[in-house]
Write a protein that binds this ligand. Structure first.
Ligand SMILES: [Zn+2]
Length: 247
């Protein structure tokens, strides 16, 4: 896996030990005909345990099941707006994490070797969803995992400030994209590449934390450069510094 370059021998041994404990404690189930083999189990366990090297396996005590689909899966949602109108929608997802419930993953997105050059991926759906699990240990995802009171205040201030500043960056960027450029086209996407995080991070503070956590592990440089204080908090929380990798 391309995301483990910053771990020394002790760090790798710890990851191996946590992954074994994870596999012993969790059930990984295939859905829609997907067959879970040892490669799938180990790949998911190692990626899920990377964020808990310091926190330990107890951080995942509130659930047992991971469900894996052969591809992206559809989820129907029903939301009631302020006027009482019910909106039905269907989303195609690469992953989903439920409060005190299972984590659901699409294998092609969770497979660390799905690309010819896995290091080129600036995202990681497994780390993203398990970051949501850490966030949800104390309720609704709000970008703030359980922390001692004093650290909690500093964390909340920092992550909310970084999220607002990221939303500002995204707004300014979108205003500067020329009208003839389709934002969904490869040419449009090149504009977004100047952002330190995937634009999805602007959704809300909970998504900002999950996207920042995946960037922290798979593409830490832009995050550390643009949000150095947030990067320091994440380094302390996860007990590791992915920038120290010898690549
Ligand atoms: Zn998310």
């Amino acid at each position: 896996m391309p995301w483990l370059g910053h771990l020394d021998a002790a760090g790798l041994a710890r990851l191996r030990e946590l992954s074994a404990g994870f596999l012993a404690a969790k059930t990984i189930t295939g859905a829609a005909g997907f067959e879970v083999d040892d490669r799938v189990r180990v790949a998911i366990a190692a990626q899920a345990c990377l964020p808990i090297l310091k926190l330990g396996l107890a951080a995942y005590d509130d659930f047992v099941e991971i469900v894996v689909y052969p591809d992206r899966f559809l989820v129907s949602r029903s939301q009631v707006d302020e006027a009482g109108v019910v909106h039905e929608s269907t989303d195609e997802l690469a992953g989903e994490a439920m409060e005190r419930g299972p984590v659901v993953l699409s294998w092609p997105d969770a497979d660390p070797n799905a690309d010819a050059d896995p290091a080129s991926r600036g995202w990681n759906v497994v780390i993203h969803e398990f970051a949501h699990k850490l966030d949800m240990l104390d309720g609704e995802p709000d970008g703030v995992p359980p922390l001692p009171a004093r650290r909690r205040a500093a964390w909340t201030r920092e992550i909310e400030g970084a999220w607002e500043s990221f939303c500002g960056m995204l707004d300014r960027l979108e205003e500067s994209i020329p009208r003839h450029v389709d934002p969904e086209s490869p040419q449009g996407e090149a504009w977004y590449a100047s952002l330190p995080l995937d634009p999805y991070a602007a959704t809300d503070v909970g998504e900002f934390f999950a996207v920042a956590a995946e960037a922290f592990f798979v593409d830490p440089e832009p995050l550390a450069e643009v949000f150095p204080d947030l990067y320091r908090l994440l380094t302390d929380y996860f007990g590791q510094d992915p920038r120290s990798a010898v690549r």
